[in-house]
Design a protein around this ligand. Sequence first.
Ligand code: HEM
Length: 364
Amino acid sequence: MSLEEIFAFHEQEVGPIRFDEPFGGWVATRYSDVNRVLTEHEVFSSDELRYSTQPIPHSSNPLLRGLQATDPPRHHALRRIVSQVFTPRAVASLEPLIEAKVDALLASAGSTFDLIGEVAYPLSVHTIAGLLGVRPSRWPDFVRWTEAITSFFGTFAADETRQAAFHQALTEMGAYFREEFERPEGIIGTLMTSDLTEHEVIDFCTLLLINGHETTKSLLVNAILCLVSRPKPADMRSAVEEVLRYLPPTGGTDRFVTRPTTLGGRELQPGQRVVAMITAANRDPGVFADPHTFDPNRKSNPHLSFGHGIHFCLGAHLARMEVRIALTALLDRPWRITDLDTHRTPVGIDVLKVTLAPGRRAAD
Ligand code: HEM
């Protein structure tokens, strides 16, 4: 897939809510509809196991039991516990560690390297593993487990090999977390002193790994795709926000109707699925001027890439910081990117080769 094709893939149509027969649910694309679905959690529930009237393909998915799949009051209680470990202070204290990690990864990469395999992937997994309090000697296991888990969710059809690898990874990770309960550190330590059960702690740690890893990796890759042929942005923070709007790592998120309601003039029934299309809402011309243009200096940018409302992404500060640091290091070096080799698969871009050659970036 070429860069142009990847960009075109994100140019989704914005229009009235519609029922998609093959998908078996409603698709909301307007900013106002998507925002309402995300905000009105009493009408649009995150609890698929409770409200969905359709068969659930990955019912063993730990994400279906955790924070992201619960409604209040359970959600408030869980969120209060985990917010204690995700304070802005705790995240800011990771900054020097992430800088050192990025430097080390770039130093050990050759002049031509796969940005995903050699930088983005280890950076995101190691950061979360470090935050969780996992011993560095076990980080490679975390990379392996995360790969098995995320590649299983990326499959659309039943795939027995991936399913077996997924269950194996969950079992091994659960066993590891149980071992860690003997020497609690990091988030695991804090969670263990809360009133969560052992199972809930394991589910939450798994949720963090799955949520925080693939998305952060994609954000860094997407930032490179957007910025490769442009001058280095003067304001890296607003550039990262624009990458989030323009190529959001999470295309959409599902909700389940709890009671009869109307949305965009259509009648919705209890149990029906509604997908809130973040990709489309971020290109709504009623909210974003010139929405299909990537503008790293965009002033007003209320994108929905981290969601909205009570489920707003817990790791948003961490992801922004990680990507800003990695991007600054990559674009600051007296090198330039000379080759991009992208392959898109159903699970996303798998390989992104960059060559960093001596000299300033050509576009500077
Ligand atoms: C929730 C996106 C990074 C942890 C969400 C949601 C979105 C999102 C859209 C809301 C889902 C919904 O409403 O159904 C992203 C993106 C990221 C990112 C685009 C990177 C660029 C991270 C990181 C972590 C994390 C690094 C943790 C280390 C979570 C958690 C939730 C969440 C725990 C559930 C919050 C709740 O239900 O209260 N994320 N995320 N995310 N994210 Fe992220």
